[in-house]
Design a protein around this ligand. Structure first.
Ligand SMILES: [Zn+2]
Length: 335
């Protein structure tokens, strides 16, 4: 059963320490070598005068180095570039406005890169989130928890059994949905004003959110200020260094600018955490139960057809792991 599968993958690992981080990364080395070779071949094939001209210099927000950003390809009208030092990917967009994009349309199949039917898949999502809460409790069993980008509050409803919860959500409809169900959720961005009203917290989660932020480093830095010493930040996002991402290139399922603006690798996540004074306590590529409707939605999109909503598959979920998405626990050292 999908639920057991999720639990199993977490329990069987039972990893908590920094040694475990190495343990979960090491087996990928050989796969990584192959991927690097393929990626190098691809780059060579496409490395003409044109792509070199499109390389850019940036101070990397992850590794903090003045670095060359290598042009990889264009997707959805955006240039995709990668930091040569740490592997962080960035999408260069023109005039993308998150506030006008993340509306109810995004969660109801009206946007090809959004969710097929977020509310309709509540049961499956909540089972998945219950597993995530169990995972988080291995690092912090209780206390105050803040969900940044909490959408319709499904995770918060699972978390409130153990934590004193609150959330921040940019989409007004979703935030209102949360408040109607009794959750303490604010509408807006995770800025100084909003965080000031919320006070400090023990656990901050960003579930598939960091890649959407206009400036993830600034946001995480702000969040660190509102995290109590010894507190944790839990992040899930794609792994740009994964085999699937490297081989699929512009066709990677998570390569969806301008919604996704940043593509972290394990090295870039580590670099950003360290430079913000956080310790990477855990990093893995978890199994996930995904609604069948979302799978068919993404497959249809990748085949070039216009995705349609599918009512029948909303209640069904499949355990999936393409090892191209990572889950990271960052700890703020105790004073
Ligand atoms: Zn970098």
């Amino acid at each position: 059963m999908p639920e057991e599968r999720t639990q199993h993958s977490e329990d069987s690992k039972g990893r908590t320490g920094p040694e475990d981080l190495r343990g979960s990364v090491a087996p990928f080395d050989r796969v990584e070598e192959g991927a690097t070779a393929i990626a190098t071949l691809r780059t060579k094939n496409h490395e003409g005068f044109g792509s070199r001209v499109r390389d850019r210099s940036h101070v990397c927000l992850a590794c903090g180095q003045a670095s060359v950003y290598r042009f990889l390809y264009r997707k959805n009208g955006c240039d995709i570039l990668r930091c040569e030092q740490c592997g962080l990917g960035r999408a260069e967009t023109m005039g993308f406005d998150p506030e006008s994009y993340y509306t109810s349309d995004y969660f109801s199949g009206e946007r090809p890169d959004g969710y097929a039917d977020y509310i309709g898949t509540e049961n499956i999502l909540r089972r998945e989130f219950a597993g995530t809460v169990g995972f988080i409790r291995k690092f912090r069993a209780s206390g105050r928890l803040l969900d940044v980008g909490c959408a319709y509050g499904f995770f918060l409803h699972e978390a409130k059994r153990f934590f004193d919860v609150s959330g921040i959500e940019l989409a007004e409809d979703a935030a209102e949905h949360c408040r109607r169900s009794g959750l303490n959720v604010f509408t807006g961005q995770a800025d100084e004003t909003l965080l000031g009203r919320l006070g400090t917290t023990d656990v901050i989660v960003l579930l598939d959110v960091i890649e959407h932020l206009p400036s993830p480093r600034d946001t995480i830095a702000l969040l660190v200020n509102h995290l109590d010493p010894g507190g944790i930040i839990v992040i899930t996002t794609g792994d740009f260094g994964s085999l699937y991402s490297r081989v699929a290139g512009a066709h990677w399922r998570l390569m969806t600018p301008p919604q996704h603006l940043w593509f972290f690798s394990q090295a870039s996540m580590q670099a950003m955490a360290t430079s913000l004074g956080l310790e990477v306590e855990h990093l893995d590529h978890p199994w996930k139960v995904v609604p069948l409707s979302l799978i068919s939605f993404q497959l249809t999109r990748m085949s070039g057809l216009r995705p349609k909503r599918m009512a029948i598959s909303n209640r069904l979920g499949l355990p999936v792991n393409l090892f191209d998405a990572m889950r990271v626990v960052l700890r703020k050292p105790s004073r």
